[in-house]
Design a protein. Structure first.
Length: 318
């Protein structure tokens, strides 16, 4: 009972702080945010934003990216970015806003804070893996580390929802921000659906998604379809990859997409540390439902549909 009371108190305090912040932001009482310096902005090659569902290998991927000597990762923090117009590069496409966003992401990525408030990726669950933490600590001690060439922001579904709900003009956004890139891992969608149900993240999908893996799976596949459509329109700005592709060669492709250059040491290390939990057990009804969704949503892209269907094939084989 005491633990429940403490949890309720902490939760209530958190809601009050959030409400207070939202009120201050609405009244224009939040501090003015600084822009990234011209030198740092010129050095910066790309800004990578994750899209797609939660529970979709985003944390693991972001953690492995943080091991690259030229990459810095900010975890969560969407409330402030989407609340403050001065920080939101998806509401205001100006250079000043984008530079404020970049500075905010870079600064906050050093905060040793976990949870939705946002902070260092080292506070995420992926860093419970001691091997990843040791690799990160080694990177921090490496005197040969160069300047940051890629900033990564991991707040996937909240960003996806914002772009979709507000019908953000992506053509104008990409034209205004030449450094911007979007990334989406594709975990086994059936596993992703079950995990979203278990964690309660299914509530964050747009629309009413029932607490049922079949309904959540349909939402997951719709997110994949939306991203792939954008990837077909802007192939140099959107990049996705499948869970089963995560070997050194794929990490090399990701680095090239983010203009990080070739770093074989990092690619091999990331592949070695990429430990994905075993798949959940799925019954024949779930597998059949998944196959039907793939056929329904990817009739015009048979190659992608075949790759996505490999998850069903592997589940049956196991």
């Amino acid at each position: 009972m005491a633990k429940l009371a403490i949890r309720a108190l902490v939760s209530g305090t958190g809601r009050l702080k959030r409400a207070g912040y939202l009120l201050r932001a609405k009244l224009g009482l939040v501090p003015h945010r600084s822009e990234m310096s011209s030198d740092d902005f010129e050095t910066l090659q790309t800004v990578c934003v994750f899209l797609g569902p939660y529970r979709n290998l985003t944390t693991l991927t972001a953690s492995l990216l943080s091991l690259h000597p030229n990459c810095q990762v900010f975890n969560h923090g969407g409330l402030e970015i989407f609340t403050e117009t001065q920080l939101n590069p998806f509401a205001d496409f100006s250079d000043h806003t984008f530079k404020r966003f970049c500075h905010y992401v870079q600064e906050r990525s050093n905060d040793d804070v976990g949870g939705d408030r946002g902070g260092s990726i080292t506070e995420s669950h992926a860093f419970g893996d001691q091997a990843i933490r040791d690799a990160y600590d080694s990177r921090q001690l490496d005197e040969s580390q160069d300047s940051i060439r890629t900033l990564v922001w991991k707040e996937s579904l909240m960003t996806t929802n914002y772009l979709r709900q507000r019908n953000v003009n992506l053509a104008e956004l990409l034209h205004a921000n030449a450094k911007l890139r979007f990334l989406m891992p594709i975990r086994n969608p059936m596993d992703c659906a079950v995990s979203n149900c278990k964690t309660g993240h299914r509530k964050r999908f747009l629309g009413r998604v029932q607490n049922d893996p079949f309904h959540v799976l349909a939402a997951v596949v719709r997110e994949i379809q939306w991203f792939q459509q954008l990837k077909s329109e802007y192939p140099n700005r959107f990049f996705s990859f499948f869970q089963y592709e995560l070997e050194a060669g794929k990490f090399h492709e990701i680095a090239e997409f983010l203009q990080l250059g070739s770093d074989q040491r990092w690619s091999v290390q990331a592949a070695r540390l990429c430990r994905i939990k075993p798949s959940y057990d799925h019954d024949e009804k779930m597998i059949s439902h998944f196959r039907e969704l793939v056929i329904r949503h990817f009739t015009s892209d048979s190659e992608f549909a075949a790759k996505l269907s490999l998850f069903a094939d592997a589940t049956v084989a196991s």
